[in-house]
Design a protein around this ligand. Structure first.
Ligand code: GDP
Ligand code: MG
Length: 394
């Protein structure tokens, strides 16, 4: 078996997460300040980050600042949100899909409720790499810092990260921002960036996994069959591979008779390629946008999913009334939509507009959905909820 690794980009989406006032914005500004002295960032002041512009992402408004900087290893696009609610919206709607996050925790407070909440969300939305920055170490003694580190490592393990392996850096973002050259000042920022460069591997396209391609379009070639168009999301497709076309309750076995890139036949195509695939004998009328072309026996159809959802508040144009179990609406994801019933956790009586939490979706027809797949819930063509799939259930 040929092992192909292709480095997709020397680019990484990162962000600061953690409890309010623990120093996320100060750290973001300090990173740009320290790197600006090495010529690889433009200094962005605390105030410029904090007055982040409003974004309309999938019908919900998020305040988020996007700051860019480079190290020797990579270019980073860094997201910092002003408020807790902005983090929840940003992460749940997948507005900025972070590859990694810097979890900021103040040494004088230790982990706080929003530290836990952001950590839980990070796990649920599939952020693989976390780096902890214990901030404000100027305010406490060494043994307090040590205790915070122990607490953080335990908490990381509780949430399914490898608490022993996650790098923990100590420092003072404020001192770094004020050009302090002592160990906890600017050098702590360089150490953090160095650690991030080394800890996060190059982002590699997933070519080992079975192939998967969402259907963008389809047409008939008279006498040959149906050609479906899409961009391969993961894996490698080879001519004559067995496949399944799945979605809307259907699971149709088929064979990749021909694969074309830019109208020329190719023996194989990989993740990221935009292809046309000829499925011999396939009837065009059964192909629907929203179906997936999957490697044979690699995916499961289900009409039952667990999801994390945020219901827009009234002022964001959301519902006025609470949401109870058996709430039925249309769910939209990508280019398709389907009728769906939402049930709350058994312990939850109702959710209010502005609330977020775990819900259970039952779709009218079974689909293939992947972890982290974003969706919205609309009522009379108005977005009332936004979420991501966290698990496929039976
Ligand atoms: P955020 O809410 O997590 O973005 O926190 P901010 O960056 O706004 O910081 C909250 C407060 O903590 C501000 O008054 C900062 O000046 C202060 N702060 C940030 N980092 C440090 C630090 O390293 N030491 C001290 N003593 N204060 C800090
Ligand atoms: Mg902030």
């Amino acid at each position: 078996k040929k092992k192909i690794d292709i480095v997709e980009k020397k680019h990484c989406n990162i962000g600061t997460i953690g409890h309010v006032d623990h120093g996320k914005t100060t750290l973001t500004s300090a990173i740009t300040k320290v790197l600006s002295q090495h010529g690889s960032a433009k200094y962005v002041s605390y105030d410029d980050i904090d007055k982040a512009p409003e974004e309309k992402a999938r019908g919900i408004t998020i305040n988020a600042a996007h700051v860019g900087y480079s190290t020797k290893a990579r270019h980073y696009a860094h997201t910092d949100c002003p408020g807790h609610a902005d983090y929840i919206r940003n992460m749940i709607s997948g507005a900025s899909q972070m590859d990694a996050a810097i979890l900021v925790v103040a040494a004088n407070d230790g982990p706080m409720p929003q530290t836990r909440e952001h950590l839980l969300l990070a796990k649920q939305v599939g952020i693989q790499y976390l780096i902890v920055y214990i901030n404000k170490v100027d305010l406490v003694d060494a043994d307090v810092i040590e205790l915070v580190e122990i607490e953080m490592r335990e908490m990381l393990s509780d949430f399914g990260y490898d608490g022993n392996k996650v790098p923990v850096i100590m420092g003072s973002a404020l001192k770094a921002l004020n050009d302090d050259k002592s160990e906890i000042g600017a050098p702590s920022i360089l150490k953090l960036l160095d650690t991030i460069d080394n800890y996060i591997p190059p982002i590699i396209r997933d070519l080992e996994a079975p192939f998967l391609m969402p259907i963008d379009n389809a047409f008939t070639v008279p006498g040959r069959g149906t050609v479906i168009i899409g961009t391969i999301k993961r894996g490698v497709m080879r001519k004559n591979d067995e496949a399944e076309l799945m979605g809307f309750g259907q699971n149709i076995k088929t064979t990749l008779s021909d694969i074309q890139i830019f109208r020329s036949s190719v023996p194989e195509a990989i993740a990221g390629d935009n292809v046309g695939v000829l499925l011999r004998g396939m009837k065009l009328r059964v192909v629907e946008t929203g179906m997936l072309l999957c490697a044979a026996k690699s995916e499961t159809l289900s009409n039952h999913f667990q999801a994390k959802v945020y219901f827009l508040s009234r002022s964001e144009g959301g519902r006025k009334k609470p949401i109870f179990s058996k709430y039925s609406q249309q769910m939209f994801s990508g280019t398709w939509n389907i009728a769906c019933r939402i049930d709350l956790e058994p312990t939850v009586d109702m959710m209010m507009p502005g609330d977020h939490g775990v819900v259970y979706l039952t779709l009218l027809e079974s689909m293939v959905m992947t972890q982290g797949q974003p969706f919205t819930i609309r009522e009379n063509n108005v977005t009332v909820g936004t979420g991501i799939i966290t698990a496929t259930l039976k």
